[in-house]
Design a protein around this ligand. Structure first.
Ligand SMILES: NC(=O)c1ccc[n+]([C@@H]2O[C@H](COP(=O)([O-])OP(=O)(O)OC[C@H]3O[C@@H](n4cnc5c(N)ncnc54)[C@H](O)[C@@H]3O)[C@@H](O)[C@H]2O)c1
Ligand SMILES: [Zn+2]
Length: 359
């Protein structure tokens, strides 16, 4: 097992990455200032796979465990489901010191995180991410939220967990498309910040796709390390943390126009290529690096070309995005692999040209 620390003063916490960890969480929580109760919030798919081993470990450590389940899917990230969970927590007599364990993907992490942050003004949250995306991205950094109406993540709060436990074993049951979805964020994180990790991915992508445990452990650990470093420097996203949005401005628009037929990671992959093309047109990024980026995205089984969709609609959707100011667009661009920066000075005409003229 490897440990990382996210240094945030009194809100600092550890990320533990390795195999066989679910069964050990109970022991790690024992002896902290927690109540004798523990609550696991999970979805029905993950419940069937991993709740028992986590529950047994907690029970062996002396916790009286309650499991709360919600159906899988983004629709559950709602105030309505949060409301139901508050009822269940009250019914289980959860107290201020009762740890809530978010066992699942990003949906559960965001939802259970939001519930833990707000129930009784905050109860201890333990993130136990079981998708690659959740292990490398959503469980780290303290963003919790639910959706409202058509708006994603619009109601939420920054709330840091007490611990993040990424058990690589859980990835074995993850469908291939979900693995690729997480790999898009992994590639993004390497591309914005760490060239040698990018090269490691280039060499080991096939092994990652074959669920090779030691490769996946390195993938999760290194991506988590980079995200943690960025969050430490800018917890509330007033500056640097924005570079994690690389590929996301166009990516979100593509995702929305596809009516969420495209997965987030697929849309982000196309968004990363689009942003690279913009950097290249501005003569900031070398052609060699664009080719490297394209190759690694392809290796992960993700798209590198604009799908057959209404590009004008993508452009319109982007203009509704909050990152688009009146006559300049805010964009994360690469100077080179491993080196990203935020520019507020992108000419919208160039973005439109790259986007509409693509493919
Ligand atoms: N808080 C943040 O900083 C942040 C960052 C990125 C994304 N997110 C959020 O994360 C969410 C997406 O997360 P996701 O991609 O993990 O999706 P998800 O939580 O919907 O999980 C995807 C599917 O995989 C299943 N699953 C989970 N673990 C499994 C396992 N080990 N084996 C088999 N199946 C498993 C789930 O039941 C679900 O059906 C979005 O709501 C997004 O807004 C949040
Ligand atoms: Zn993302």
């Amino acid at each position: 097992m490897k440990k990382l620390k996210v240094e945030l003063g009194t809100c600092s916490y550890e990320i533990r990455v390795g195999t066989g960890l679910l069964a050990r969480i109970g022991l790690w929580l024992k002896g902290r200032d927690f109540s004798g109760k523990a609550v696991i919030i999970t979805d029905t798919i993950v419940e069937g796979l991993y709740a028992e081993v986590l529950e047994r470990g907690l029970a062996n450590a002396g916790f009286d465990v309650t499991i709360l389940e919600v159906p899988p899917g983004e629709e559950q990230k709602s105030l309505e489901t949060a409301g139901r969970l508050y009822d269940d927590l009250t019914e289980a007599y959860a107290e201020r010191t009762t740890p809530v364990l978010a066992l699942g993907g990003g949906v559960i992490g965001d939802l259970a995180g939001f519930v833990a942050a707000t129930y009784m003004r905050g109860v201890p949250l333990i993130q136990v991410p079981t998708t690659l995306l959740a292990q490398v991205d959503s469980s780290i950094g303290g963003k919790t939220a639910v959706d409202h109406g058509q708006l994603k993540n619009i109601i939420g709060v920054f709330y840091q967990p007490k611990m993040v436990v990424a058990d690589i074993d859980t990835l074995k049951t993850l469908p291939e498309i979900e693995l690729a979805n997480g790999l898009a964020e992994v590639i993004k994180t390497a591309a914005i910040r760490n060239k040698s990790f990018f090269n490691f991915l280039d060499i080991n992508m096939n092994k990652a796709l074959q669920y090779h445990p030691s490769v996946l452990e390195t993938v999760v650990l290194e991506t988590a390390r980079i995200k943690a470093e960025i969050v430490e420097k800018d917890e509330k996203e007033v500056g640097l943390r924005g570079i994690l949005n690389y590929g996301h401005t166009i990516g979100h628009a593509i995702e929305a126009v596809s009516d969420y037929e495209l997965k987030h990671g697929q849309a982000v992959a196309i968004g990363m290529m689009a942003a690279a093309k913009i950097s290249s047109r501005m003569e900031i990024l070398d052609e060699v690096d664009i080719v490297k980026l394209e190759r690694i995205i392809e290796k992960a089984g993700l798209p590198t070309e604009m799908p057959d969709m209404d590009k004008e609609a993508v452009w319109q959707a982007m203009q509704h995005d909050k990152k688009v100011a009146q006559d300049r667009i805010r964009f994360v661009l690469l100077r080179s692999i491993g080196n990203a920066f935020i520019s507020d000075e992108i000419d919208p005409a160039l973005v439109e040209e790259v986007l509409v003229g693509w493919g």
